[in-house]
Design a protein around this ligand. Sequence first.
Ligand code: ATP
Ligand code: FE2
Length: 328
Amino acid sequence: MLCIGLEGTAHTLGIGIIDSDGKTYANVRSEYVPKSGGIHPREAAQHHVDVLAAKLLETLEKSDLTLKDIELIAFSRGPGLGPCLRITATAARTLALLLDIPLVGVNHCVAHIELGRLITGFKDPLVVYVSGGNTIVSAYEAGRYRVFGETLDIALGNMLDTFARAAGLTHPGGPKIEKLAKNSARNFISLPYSVKGMDLTFSGLLTAAVNILKEGVQLEDLCFSLQEVSFAMLTEVTERALAHTEKSEVLLTGGVAANKRLQEMLHIISEEEHDAKFLAISPDLAGDNGVMIAWTGLIQFMQGDILDVKNSQILPKWGLSAFEFTRT
Ligand code: ATP
Ligand code: FE2
């Protein structure tokens, strides 16, 4: 069965086609990059409007398919920015009605995890999902992805991007901070370490780092220290979740998964200290994309989770653990 997936929760408009054997036919993306500052929801939505038709045609061309070949439509129903979600949801509904094929509404966070499972072959991992909008340590238990630990304020990627902006670096800041940290003399600058039970907070760390930046320290050292502290916080929570759940696999996904230092820390606690396999999703599939929506849509379809167009409203605040999801 062939499924087309439309992703549009935030900055990325993604369209992908995959079949029920997990073969990808196309994975086309276009990213809205703000001229300055963070994402403006209406501008991001306008970007999706501007590129959607061309990207749909490009997806079909790349996959050597026509719309008539598509048997299922999946779209990112939430969580995300309302104006952006509405664009892809409207396109998905239109296609479903036009082609007279079923429509499936996918949870964006579950989609990141499910594509990760497909790529790695992991059966039942502890998942560390870190991006610009999310910081979640989760595992599947009794019909849903349960959240073991998460940020209580801003996401790790958002913290890195906001600090980078204050330091005059362009968006996205994460990769630039990683590069500067790598070239640093590794002079550690003390910063607040804030783990509360199984949860994390990053805003105090961000404020402290921005204040220290104004004192004129070496930016490389500050980037190094910011990574060490924030990644150690996440690693501590992950390790505790691993000890508690006794999972034998650890999966790192989301945009921040590209970071080599974070990978190294999680690799050490997984493989060396808990005898669990560790894998990070490759950057091209760790970020938002349409294939992850298409793949998760297929899984949901197989379970009979189909949406009536009339009841297919978007769910901007759709939490990971609020979604009952039967895995295959
Ligand atoms: P979501 O909607 O799932 O929250 P997102 O909209 O933030 O995702 P992603 O592409 O998953 O989009 O993640 C982007 C984030 O990843 C940005 O904050 C970016 O700085 C961060 N990032 C990318 N590469 C690196 C890296 N090498 N080191 C640290 N952070 C990185
Ligand atoms: Fe995402």
